[in-house]
Design a protein around this ligand. Structure first.
Ligand code: BDR
Ligand code: CA
Length: 313
């Protein structure tokens, strides 16, 4: 078998983060070399605890977990506990994992691993971009060592999920997002609107989660509350944002439509702080710093979710 692609994931688990992490663990072509944990969906204490628990359930205690920064760079932000539960994993009273996080800060771990896997690293961000922004401030040469960089975030036509124009991960820490999108010459973006275009039918998800596997049972439990909330407030499709981003990261050839454009972060807007402003008509003269996911092979996405839950290989 050829050498595995080293995969570093910055994440704020979070129910859809958990599914994305299970997908990454299930993929034989990639080796997860670390989880750096951000605050976002819920506070850092919970997101770190959830990352450790997920590794334990998946039998991946070999994957180091690094705690990052508890607050956004500049302005306080509200979490998404109303979606993911107060503890971020559906409030089902899970016992804590036996192991704790590493002593190294997430931003330092990102830099160290970028040296260790220079030129090969696939870096995927599934939460607010605070840790990555800090890493970039410590060492602006980081992008030179990253082979591919992919972000779940943004709303590329202005249809946000946390405000009318902004998506949660970017709106939680817009200054961090600005630093990150300005620093990487090329960022692959799986935004909220792509998520909505690739919703999973609740009735399919329920069927997959009824499977007789430990991973399906665990995921059924932690996602129950958010799936009920989603069915009530959003209808028959469930939107697993981080899972779609991870599908694209793991199997890039599943993307059927991608557009490259300049993208900037709105920092000052009265109504649009945290919006991802895409220069669709290339009016600014800025470089095409993003590849925007518009369509992904649905069957491949669903198969990756099923593999993550242990239903298929
Ligand atoms: C993003 O925000 C979080 O709530 C999810 O985990 C996902 O990363 C979707 O907007
Ligand atoms: Ca997330």
């Amino acid at each position: 078998m050829s050498k595995k692609i080293p995969l570093l994931i910055d994440t704020d688990p979070g129910v859809d983060d958990a599914l994305a992490l299970l997908m990454a663990f299930a993929d034989e072509r990639h080796a997860v070399v670390g989880l750096t944990v951000a605050a976002g969906n819920v506070g850092l204490e919970h997101t770190v605890r959830n990352a450790l628990k997920l590794c334990e359930v998946a039998g991946r205690e070999d994957v180091p977990v690094f705690a990052g920064t508890a607050d956004p760079l500049l302005h306080p932000a509200e979490d998404a506990a109303h979606v993911h539960g107060r503890d971020g994993f559906g409030d089902v009273d899970l016992p804590a994992a036996a192991r704790g996080a590493e002593a190294e800060h997430a931003a330092l771990a990102i830099l160290r691993l970028s040296h260790q896997y220079a030129g090969e690293l696939l870096l995927v961000a599934l939460g607010p971009l605070t840790n990555l922004a800090l890493a970039l401030k410590l060492d602006p040469t980081l992008p030179q060592r990253v082979k591919r960089f992919l972000v779940m975030g943004g709303a590329i036509n202005g249809h946000g999920n946390i405000t009318p124009m902004a998506e949660f991960n970017i709106a939680f820490d817009p200054e961090a997002a600005h630093i990150v999108f300005s620093a990487f010459p090329q960022t692959e973006v799986a935004d909220w609107e792509a998520t909505v275009a690739h919703g999973l039918l609740h009735r399919d998800v329920e069927q997959w989660l009824a499977a007789d596997t430990d991973k399906a049972r665990f995921y059924e439990l932690i996602s129950r509350q958010t799936r009920l909330w989603s069915e009530d407030s959003r209808g028959e499709y469930w939107y697993a944002a981080d899972a779609l981003a991870m599908a694209w990261a793991l199997q890039p050839d599943g993307a059927t439509r991608v557009e490259r454009r300049p993208l900037a972060i709105e920092l000052a807007g009265t109504h649009a702080r945290g919006a991802t402003v895409v220069d669709w008509n290339r009016q600014t003269g800025a470089a095409d710093n993003t590849a925007l996911l518009l369509a992904y092979d649905r069957a491949r996405f669903e198969r990756q979710v099923q593999a993550a839950l242990g239903l298929v290989d």
